[in-house]
Design a protein around this ligand. Structure first.
Ligand code: SF4
Ligand code: F3S
Ligand code: FES
Length: 232
């Protein structure tokens, strides 16, 4: 089948403003949007710039807006989005070129919540034990691949880039509810700041955007509740 691809093009070094590149591509209905983008880059216009690595929904590097919704290009089948497909960079982060955005501000928010296990107590002779129930408490948020699809679909983040964003809260959740960690209170304090968790207005775009089906809004609500229980 033939499809019409409209791709947002922008090179900040040479262009005053973004423009639309229009391409006609022959694909199979079961091809992915990433395949169509590859076709354009490899056979029609080598200057098209996009980011991808694994091509199998693992690395999180090809989050883009497909027909107005944040998706991983390697996970969306052509047959599910129709013959006219619009592809744009994710919103709220500076465009480096075409579909590639600067992930630095996103990574800064990620780092700000201390996304690693903290426990200064002497380690036991074997490993730090955890029951099945304790592990299940944060199982959902361990699935995050840091693709930024959630944060860059959030209107609160669009209007205020300092908002730590749903991805960072998901990462904080993963450690706040880990029974082996001892820095939950510290993370809650960080998220209690004015650019923290209360910037979330429960809009749910993040949950819709997550390619790992993480219940992002639910995780944020659990962090908010924990904050209230801790008097923050
Ligand atoms: Fe991507 Fe989901 Fe992680 Fe957000 S929570 S960064 S959408 S995997
Ligand atoms: Fe934004 Fe998700 Fe909250 S879209 S406002 S972080 S529920
Ligand atoms: Fe790795 Fe799509 S290219 S997730």
């Amino acid at each position: 089948m033939k499809i019409q691809l409209k791709i947002r093009r922008f090179n900040p070094e040479t262009d005053k403003k973004p423009s639309w590149g229009k391409y006609e591509v022959e694909v199979e209905p079961t091809d992915r949007v990433l395949d169509a983008l590859h076709y354009v880059k490899w056979y029609q216009d080598g200057t098209l710039t996009l980011r991808r690595s694994c091509a199998h929904g693992i690395c999180g590097s090809d989050a883009v807006r497909i027909n107005g919704r944040n998706r991983l290009a390697c996970k969306v089948l052509i047959k599910d989005v129709g013959r006219k497909i619009t592809v744009e960079p994710i919103l709220g982060l500076p465009v480096v070129k075409d579909l590639v955005v600067d992930m630095q501000p996103f990574m800064d928010h990620y780092r700000s919540v201390m996304p690693y296990l903290i426990n200064d107590e002497p380690p036991p002779v074997t490993e730090r034990h955890q029951s099945i129930e304790e592990r299940e408490r944060f199982d959902d948020t361990t699935k995050c691949i840091l693709c930024a699809a959630c944060t860059t679909s959030c209107p609160s983040f669009w209007t205020m880039g300092q908002y730590v964003g749903p991805a960072a809260i998901v990462q904080a959740h993963r450690f706040i509810f880990d029974s082996r960690d001892r820095a939950g209170r510290e993370r809650l304090n960080i998220l209690a700041a004015s650019d923290g968790v209360w910037r979330c207005r429960t809009i749910y775009n993040c949950t819709d955007a997550c390619p790992r089906d993480i219940q992002v809004t639910q995780a944020i609500a659990e962090v908010k509740k924990e904050m209230l229980l801790n008097g923050l």
